[in-house]
Design a protein around this ligand. Structure first.
Ligand code: FES
Ligand code: FES
Length: 159
């Protein structure tokens, strides 16, 4: 092992994963090496939410999170939501409500919406706006995103 890499072991989307993390790489870059490209680096400064990943139940900015720090942790990416080939209620609602245009921001919004609905099953508009304030959509699909989150909440409440 070279001095610029660290051996890490973590649970990635439900599977134990062992690999080398380069000391210079961030979590998005490590996930990209595993062909997981849903978390996308955009601003690279922790400002846009496009790179959102869940680490030990916390949403983190993958662009700022050192890859080696996931050692011993549980990592969940957007790819895990439809691992059984069925879209989650939030994913389906984003499609049904047309809550995206280019889609670059969408995986970050969907992951954050999942976290929100875990904590607030029936959020108000203001609660949705507050919770998603760290996610930016350059296509300005905000009204549709809020509608999608509310639609998913209603659907989840019925099941
Ligand atoms: S790319 Fe990480 S927050 Fe923008
Ligand atoms: S849909 Fe294009 S940035 Fe959000």
């Amino acid at each position: 092992m070279n001095q610029h890499a660290k051996s890490i072991s973590f649970v990635l989307n439900g599977s134990k994963t062992e690999m080398l993390a380069q000391t210079h790489e961030n979590l998005v870059e490590l996930l990209n090496r595993l062909d997981l490209c849903g978390a996308r680096e955009s601003c690279g400064q922790g400002l846009c939410g496009c790179c959102t990943v869940i680490v030990d139940d916390m949403a983190v900015s993958g662009c700022l999170y050192p890859a080696a720090f996931v050692d011993g942790k549980i990592v969940t990416t957007i790819e895990h939501l439809d691992h059984d080939v069925t879209l989650s209620p939030v994913q389906q609602a984003f499609i049904d409500k047309g809550a995206f245009q280019c889609g670059f921001c969408t995986s970050g919004f969907v992951l954050m919406a999942h976290k929100l609905l875990e904590q607030r099953p029936m959020p108000t508009d203001d609660e949705i706006k507050d919770y998603l304030a760290g996610n930016l959509c350059r296509c300005a699909a905000y009204p549709e995103i809020i509608n999608a989150v509310k639609s998913a909440a209603r659907k989840m409440a019925r099941t």
